[in-house]
Design a protein around this ligand. Structure first.
Ligand code: GLY
Ligand code: MN
Ligand code: MN
Length: 434
């Protein structure tokens, strides 16, 4: 059953924060891939968050004030097009099923907006997100301005609706957390499957196929981002997505992959030996990254600030890099000079939700914000060692990242992705071939 009250409540919260004015939130547009073939359609996250409505060519309009209104614009029913392309709700059914106060054909958008925008003090809109929409909305506002002599005023103030919306989306409600847990469960299953499947001689894309198969057969048809399946030296390319090399005995395989389930992401990285057994040097580096990740998760607590997990990971990595003779001097010196950046050049996490890199500010003013219950983040330290004269040969081309998805709770945190094996022992056990 579609829980329209949930979405109506989110709209009400936004309307209350707007206080007065009109919000216009267009859905994502369809994107052509090449002739007659489109990219798979993905709704705009904020539009869907407020509506639960997934059809393209739709726009949500919210009018704040004494009698707040939620209005949907969507495609008309169309017998011929529905035969070719599938079902359309049409405004009447959409209004009833999704609980809007009114719904109109998308063909009437300009006409109705000209009416609805008139005499509103403020326009809340994601300015700059899409140039074509910007032009259209500003042109409409211009056409209202031309009517000043008839006593109709265009909104004086244009505000970015994302300032309010992103802050709402940053704190996940129970409904969202349930979906995130399911997305995580599907993805941990896929990582286990990949570990059990992997053998030297296979191609990276064969392992990718196992991941996608596991996502899809569990109802998550799309990955939340392009899967990274990176054997050996490829793991040192942070955004490697070619996935077309042959896996070599003795190499590590880094997989960064997560499904999208019901509009919500998961984001998991595991690194394991292609042949199921870590070499001693690989294990040395792995244990350092794992210790850094464990420390970072332990610091992902309510009341700690956004930087606390990153700083916890950095201290462990810095000491580890000194022990491995990759960096020199003291931990403080390595942190100060940032010499660790040669081997660890990214940050330890990001918000996660409907978007894999989800919305929400990381700072309030110039201060890192505090972690609070309901926030969801990744914790993903790594180490990437490229060949170099000053690097011990046995460490060349080792690339390791370990990434989990973590919910901040009132008393601590919940790791959503624990079921994907992570210790050397767990990984070698799962990969033991009879
Ligand atoms: N998979 C993208 C990331 O880990 O941020
Ligand atoms: Mn991530
Ligand atoms: Mn990732």
């Amino acid at each position: 059953m579609f829980d329209y009250a949930l979405y109506a409540q989110r709209r009400r919260r936004l309307l209350n924060q707007m206080q007065r004015g009109i919000a216009i939130i267009p859905n994502a547009s369809e994107k052509q891939r090449n002739s007659d073939a489109d990219h798979p359609y993905r709704f705009d996250s904020s539009f869907y968050y407020l509506s639960g409505f997934a059809e393209p060519e739709s726009v949500l309009v919210l009018v704040a004030g004494e009698q707040p209104q939620s209005i949907l614009f969507c495609r008309e029913k169309d017998r011929e097009r529905e035969i070719w392309h599938g079902y359309r709700s049409g405004p009447d059914a959409a209004q009833e099923q999704f609980g809007f106060d009114a719904a109109y054909s998308i063909a009437r958008l300009d006409e109705k907006l000209a009416e609805l925008m008139g005499n509103q003090p403020a326009l809340f809109y994601p300015l700059g997100a899409d140039a074509a929409w910007d032009q259209r909305i500003l042109r409409l506002r211009g056409s209202i301005q031309e009517k000043t002599r008839s006593g109709i005023r265009a909104p004086d103030e244009i505000r970015d609706v994302r300032t309010l919306l992103n802050e709402m989306r940053l704190f996940k409600d129970g409904h969202e957390l349930d979906i995130l847990r399911r997305a995580a469960a599907i993805s941990t299953g896929a990582h286990r499957r990949a570990m059990q499947f992997t053998r030297s001689g296979q191609f990276e894309y064969e392992v990718e196929a196992e991941l996608l198969h596991e996502f899809c057969r569990n109802g998550a048809r799309d990955p939340a981002y392009t899967s990274i399946v990176a054997g050996g030296a490829n793991a040192c390319v942070l955004h490697y997505i070619e996935n077309n090399a042959r896996l070599q005995d003795g190499d590590l395989l880094l997989i960064d992959a997560g499904c999208e389930f019901k509009g919500y992401a998961s984001d998991i990285t595991r690194t394991f030996p292609v042949n199921g057994k870590f070499r001693p040097e690989q294990k040395d580096v792995y244990e350092i990254v794992l210790a850094a990740q464990t420390a970072a998760i332990a610091a992902a607590l309510p009341g700690n600030n956004w930087e606390a997990p990153h700083n916890a990971a950095l201290r462990i990595l810095a000491q580890g890099f000194i022990d491995l003779k990759l960096c020199h001097g003291t931990v403080e010196g390595v942190l100060e000079s940032e010499s660790y950046k040669k081997y660890y050049m990214h940050r330890t996490g990001h918000w996660m939700g409907m978007d894999v890199h989800d919305v929400g500010d990381y700072k309030i003013g110039d201060q890192w914000r505090n972690l609070q219950a309901g926030m969801v983040m990744t914790v993903e330290p790594g180490c990437y060692i490229r060949p170099a004269d000053d690097v011990p040969l046995a460490l060349w081309n080792i690339g390791i990242r370990i990434e989990d998805d973590v919910v901040i709770t009132a008393t601590g945190n919940e790791v959503l992705t624990d079921a994907a094996p992570k210790t050397v022992y767990e990984i070698e056990e799962l990969m033991r071939h009879e």
